[in-house]
Design a protein around this ligand. Structure first.
Ligand code: NI
Ligand code: MN
Length: 228
């Protein structure tokens, strides 16, 4: 079975790999882009990049329904553990060999307060190396940072990057991020969900195609692609 990547809208992502179902930043309730709710989605692990409501999303109810283990930073994991959810805390720069592959938490330039105002620690992203050798970079909410070049040195098969501006990189900085990361494939996310992050993704696709060797895939919410 190939590793697949599903975009549910905004920053909500599903990865299916070696028989494991991962959900990342599962924001469905209140997500204007989502074409489905989360009530029937399978999840073995839920990855949360940072504490904001549009990323923690439906984590608590999905984890309670499925018994999934949530992977996030230590502060967010402690907050979830108090709700009797199974957790595995990582911290920036650290990785762990999970049954589905090696997952490393990467740096992100952003905030991370939790929905109830609790301290959500530092925001992050994830670099996943699957058991079938695919490398997937989920940047999380972040501004552009030069160390994306270091992350790119690992050889990225697919990167999911925010392009919405206002809260994260906008299209111009996301294009510079593609140049630093040099992924084989990039998928733009975190745009058009709210009025302040309205963007024209087709124009971004054109610029990335003209200025880099990276293949851009413009997904519609609910679309699934295979990672080659
Ligand atoms: Ni955020
Ligand atoms: Mn966000």
């Amino acid at each position: 079975m190939p590793t697949t990547f599903t975009w549910y809208g905004h920053a909500a992502i599903g990865i299916s790999t070696s028989g494991f179902n991962l959900l990342i930043d599962p924001f469905f309730k209140g997500n204007s882009q989502a074409t489905q709710d989360s009530s029937s989605l399978p999840a073995d692990y839920i990855l949360v990049t940072h504490g904001h409501g549009d990323h923690v999303g439906d984590t608590v109810e999905i984890a309670k329904r499925t018994g999934a283990t949530v992977i996030s930073n230590a502060e967010i994991c402690n907050w979830l553990a108090r709700k009797e959810i199974k957790v595995h805390g990582l911290h920036l720069g650290g990785g762990f060999h999970f049954p589905f592959g090696y997952l490393k938490m990467t740096f992100a330039l952003h905030g991370s307060a939790l929905p109830d105002g609790s301290n959500g620690g530092n925001p992050g992203g994830f670099l996943l190396t699957t058991l079938d050798g695919k490398k997937i970079y989920l940047a999380g909410d972040t501004g552009l940072f030069g160390d994306m070049q270091l992350i790119g040195q690992e050889g990225i098969d697919l990167a999911a990057l925010p392009i919405g501006d206002n809260y994260t990189m906008g299209p111009d900085d996301a294009l510079r991020a593609v140049k630093l990361l040099q992924p084989a494939v990039v998928v733009p996310i975190h745009y058009n969900t709210f009025p302040v992050i309205q963007q024209d993704p087709a124009s971004w696709v054109k610029h990335v195609s003209q200025e880099t060797n990276t293949k851009v895939i413009l997904m519609k919410p609910g679309d699934t692609i295979e990672i080659e």
